[in-house]
Design a protein around this ligand. Structure first.
Ligand SMILES: Nc1ncnc2c1ncn2[C@@H]1O[C@H](COP(=O)(O)OP(=O)(O)OP(=O)(O)O)[C@@H](O)[C@H]1O
Ligand SMILES: [Mg+2]
Length: 252
């Protein structure tokens, strides 16, 4: 293996150092957070409501500006004006479902593809492919606000993956979806990971994290409280389930 190839392999997909974010009224959402997500890993970010998960993710994709700290995606600075190019290698499915009501589903995906630099034809083909993949082909001409909740989740995922990102960040992708769709999403995300894509996922379902993630990190009050492989953590904390580790580490 060449030195370049070795360096590329050891460069983490995401590296956060001392990330700090304060919101008005003295809310410290991120308090000097350090985190490393290895390239190619399936990584879970776990923690209670308000711990700072979404704030961190939004900082990575340029929707928040941290007050201090460093964030690099595959070795490229993700912050400041120079951060724009990193956005092309990241796919993001937000926690909040905000879809344009006046754009049809297929069109929405095509626009997203164009925005991320795909040629017109590639964007169209890719949009059709993703609709097929997520069982939304029969909704191609529907307006996004006419979709059911689960269909919207699928559309968000299709949109996140459309431009073939190397790092996919999914903020509670399975919140409020039915059992079958949850299984479908799991198998899709797993396949994506098997193809070499790095996955960073947040979830409140610890069975889901245990089932899917190779590594997890627990976040509390804007800092990482502990991280490791689920098995290691269970052993370290003498806990039978990941949920027990969670309660010890970040429970109220
Ligand atoms: N735009 C904002 N303006 C002000 N405060 C905010 C903003 N976004 C987040 N916060 C605050 O930052 C803290 C962290 O919120 P964040 O959304 O990151 O939590 P989370 O870990 O994603 O929680 P959840 O599991 O509920 O999604 C909370 O106290 C929240 O109220
Ligand atoms: Mg959140």
């Amino acid at each position: 293996m060449s030195a370049d190839a070795r360096a590329a392999e050891s460069t983490p997909a995401l590296r956060c150092r001392g990330v700090h974010k304060r919101f008005p009224h003295d809310v410290i959402a991120l308090d000097g957070l350090d985190l490393e997500v290895p390239a190619g890993s399936f990584f879970g970010l776990l923690g209670p409501n308000g711990a700072g998960k979404t704030t961190l993710i939004r900082s990575v994709v340029g929707l928040n500006e941290p007050d201090a700290g460093e964030i690099a995606v595959f070795g490229h600075n993700a912050l400041g004006p120079g951060g724009a190019p990193t956005r092309r290698i990241v796919g993001y499915a937000p926690q909040e479902i905000a879809l344009d009501k006046f754009v049809q589903v297929q069109q929405l995906l095509e626009l997203h593809g164009r925005y991320f630099g795909l040629e017109r034809r590639d964007a169209r083909d890719r949009a059709a492919e993703m609709l097929e993949q997520f069982d939304l082909t029969n909704k191609a001409r529907a307006y996004a606000n006419r979709l059911s909740g689960g269909m919207r989740r699928r559309l968000l995922l299709a949109r996140a993956l459309l431009h073939r990102p190397r790092l996919v960040i999914l903020d509670e992708p399975t919140a409020g979806v039915d059992i079958e769709l949850r299984q479908d999403l799991w198998s899709y995300i797993r396949r994506l990971h098997a193809d070499g894509t790095t996955i960073l996922l947040t979830t409140h379902y610890l069975d889901e994290a245990d089932e899917l993630c190779e590594q997890v990190a627990f976040i509390r009050d804007g800092r990482i409280a502990a991280e490791g492989e689920p098995d290691q953590l269970r052993e370290r904390f003498g806990a039978p389930r990941l949920e027990d580790v969670y309660l010890q580490l970040v429970g109220r």
